[in-house]
Design a protein around this ligand. Structure first.
Ligand code: AMP
Length: 425
């Protein structure tokens, strides 16, 4: 079977790598892909904002399965459009993807279905917002309603900063586009967990849990990024806690979406805060996370394609996913200046020796081929990922591989997994 993956980052590289291992797959095509992906799959250009172009490509390629990586094409209704043309596609419809594309929709949904989440108010203008802010204690969180690539959330230490943050969202100063709605949220304290499940619209199958590191600087300092590293271990969620999250968060979400005639088929990514009063939903994503996917798929022993097909066919209750025990870790190498402005086009060296470290896979987030050589092409460039029997070993392998790699201005955090390592001491 031919599989078409839509997307261009480290998540899609990891998906292509996992899909390729399936017995059922004869060819992997990635659109548009990147330099690293082109070494394991055929890459074809496509604009992920252009639904018609993606349809044309899918009709030409006639894949047996299409996997949609990023949120933007999902929010544009790519799954609805491909399904209408009889194509087999893994991902939620536009209506189901609203769990990610509108934070206001997600909060109202959570409240309707009594799923634990922070208290909130949804505001349509500055006057409504000022009123709402008056009833929340500082610190509080201000969020833009729509997709904002992680830039639409501001933690505000005081009411005054909350008003200023909301103004910069309403006027478009912060995101370049004016937010129609802004949310105020209660500030939650605790540790964050990325809890991803496959959903077939009725049942869920949990993936290995993961913890992301959003800040650019060590010790979780500095501005937020798309994610600077992630780890996944057996120990990060006790079986009883996983069960609780399934019963009280993931399953009621999938049930609620089905009851509202917008069944959710795809990856339900629950961003959770583990607070003193239990796990609370911070956000949903309607797709695989990046870089969570890199670490999670390195631990997956089951056939990914079979699991995705079981989701599409509503057979997930018969599917149990098998995981390599122990841990996986992914450390991101980024360009100097990221998440601000950065330069591109620097040659990347040392990838062959890095790949020789046992248990290591290097997934490319932002690389390109120039005259047959790999060069940097994004803020996040590589996800150096390793699997091992323990977190310490997985991290040691990832950092050993990282030491082999070089490009001008390469930066990476040296403290991925620091919270888990501290707990063990
Ligand atoms: P979101 O896109 O809604 O997940 O927000 C991005 C990040 O902001 C989360 O991963 C959290 O670190 C933080 N965040 C979001 N909402 C809250 C909240 N209510 N309390 C504390 N931190 C939050």
């Amino acid at each position: 079977m031919k599989v078409l993956i839509l997307g261009a980052g480290g998540r899609e590289h990891a998906l292509a790598w996992a899909v390729k291992r399936s017995k059922r797959v004869t060819e992997v095509v990635c659109a548009p892909g990147n330099g690293g992906i082109s070494q394991i799959a055929r890459c074809v250009p496509v604009d992920l904002k252009d639904v018609d172009a993606m349809i044309r490509l899918a009709e030409e390629e006639k894949p047996g399965l299409i996997i949609v990586g990023p949120e933007l094409p999902l929010s544009l209704g790519i799954v609805d459009a491909l399904e209408e043309r009889g194509l087999r596609v893994f991902g939620p419809t536009r209506a189901a993807a609203m769990l990610e594309s509108s934070k206001g929709f997600a909060k109202r949904f959570l409240q309707r279905h009594k799923i634990p989440t922070a208290d909130y108010a949804i505001c349509n203008n500055a006057a409504e917002l000022e009123k709402a802010i008056g009833i929340f204690h500082a610190p509080m969180v201000i969020k833009a309603d729509g997709l904002a690539a992680g830039k639409g959330v501001i933690i505000c230490p005081s009411r005054q900063t909350a008003i200023e943050a909301a103004q910069s969202l309403f006027t478009g100063k912060l995101l370049g586009e004016a937010a129609q709605q802004v949310l105020v949220e209660e500030f939650l304290e605790g540790e964050e967990i990325s809890f991803l499940c496959l959903s077939d619209g009725k049942h869920v199958a949990p993936l290995a849990p993961a913890q992301d590191h959003k800040c650019i600087g060590e010790g979780d300092t500095g501005p937020n990024t798309g994610g600077m590293g992630v780890y996944s271990t057996d120990a990060m969620l006790e079986p009883a806690m996983q069960e609780w999250i399934l019963r009280h968060i993931a399953e009621p979400t999938v049930r609620g979406m089905a009851e509202e005639d917008t069944p959710f088929v795809g990856v339900l990514y629950c961003g959770l805060m583990m607070t003193a009063r239990g796990p609370q939903v911070l956000e949903f994503n309607a797709r695989f996370g990046d870089p969570e996917t890199q670490a999670i798929l390195l631990r997956l022993e089951s056939d990914l394609v079979e699991a995705l097909e079981a989701s599409i066919d509503g057979r997930l209750s018969e599917t149990e996913l098998r995981w390599t025990p122990g841990a996986a870790a992914c450390v991101i190498a980024s360009s100097a200046g990221y998440p601000g402005a950065y330069e591109k086009g620097f040659p990347i060296t040392g990838l062959d020796s890095a790949a020789r470290v046992p248990g290591v896979q290097v997934f490319h987030s932002g690389s390109a081929l120039a005259d047959g050589k790999l060069v940097t092409a994004g803020g996040r460039v590589l996800g150096v990922t390793a699997v091992a029997p323990s977190l310490e070993e997985a991290l040691a392998r990832a950092y050993q591989a990282m030491a082999e790699i070089h490009f001008d201005g390469m930066y990476f955090r040296r403290d991925i997994g620091h919270r888990a390592l501290k707990k063990k001491k």
